[in-house]
Write a protein that binds this ligand. Sequence first.
Ligand SMILES: Nc1ncnc2c1ncn2[C@@H]1O[C@H](COP(=O)(O)OP(=O)(O)O)[C@@H](O)[C@H]1O
Ligand SMILES: [Mg+2]
Length: 262
Amino acid sequence: MSAIAAREGLASAGSANALELRGVSRLFGALAALSDITLSVKPGERRAVLGSNGAGKTTLFNCITGDFSPSTGIIRFFGEDVTAFPPQERIRRGLRRTYQISSLFAGLSVLDNVYLACRGVSRNRFSLLRPRRDDALIHAAEGLVDAVHLSAVKDRLVGELAYGQQRQLEIALALSGAPRFILFDEPAAGLSPTERRDLVHILTSLPGHIGYIIIEHDMDVALRVVESVTMMHNGRIFKEGRPEEIESDPEVQELYLGGAHG
Ligand SMILES: Nc1ncnc2c1ncn2[C@@H]1O[C@H](COP(=O)(O)OP(=O)(O)O)[C@@H](O)[C@H]1O
Ligand SMILES: [Mg+2]
C-alpha cells in the first residue's frame, strides 16, 4: 500500500475525530483574532466554546466552515484535510452552521422552507422542474419540523412566526440532509426564558451521532447541552474541561463568569 493510500485508509477509519484543528491562526491586519488553536472534537461530542466578546469564537466558526481561510494551521473534518476546501465542499461532507434569519423564505410556510432545504441537499434537486412533490422528502421535512417543536405552526408563513420560532426553524434547516456536525453561533440570543428552555430540549434531543459546537453567552443554556467546554480569551484557548469543572474554576470565574461579558 502506498503512503497516500495508507493515509486515506486512516482518514476514513471510524476512529477519526469529527473535527481537528492544529495550530490554527487567523490575522486581520496586525490583529490576531485566532492564535495557534489546537482542538479535537470526537464524533457525536457536544462542546461549548465560551469567552467574552472579541475572544475569537465566531472567527473560529468562520475558519471551520471555510467562510474565512486560516492564516496558518490545518483543519480536518472526519479525518479529511478540508483546510483548502470551499464552504460548499464542507457542507457536502455533513458540516452545518446556523445562519441569520435572512436565510429563511419569509413568504413560504414553515414546512416548505424545510422541504426546500431537504431537496437542496438531495440528489433529486433538479426535480424542481417537475410539479410532483417528493413524498419521502416531505416526510423527512415533517420529521425535522417536529424535532424543533414547530409542528403546530408548520403551515404558517415564516414571516408571521415569532422571533424564537424563526430561530427554531434555523435549526431545522441545519438538520436537513444528514448533517454529521453543526456549529451553533449564539442560538439563545434574543430568546425568552420559555424559548430558552425549549432550545435546551431541542438540542439535547438531537440524534446522538450528531456532534456540535455551541457558542453561547447564557451559561444556563450552554452548560446544560454539552459534555465539554473550551474557554477562549484574546484568540487563544486558555482552558478546557467538563461543564462542572469550568463552572467551579476560579480562573474562569475571574476572567469570564464574574467579569464583564456580553
Ligand atoms: N472580518 C473581520 N475583519 C477585521 N477584524 C475582524 C473581523 N472579524 C472579526 N474581527 C476581529 O477579530 C476579533 C475576534 O472577533 P470574533 O471572532 O467576532 O469574536 P467573538 O465571536 O468571540 O466575539 C475581534 O477583535 C474582531 O474585531
Ligand atoms: Mg461572535
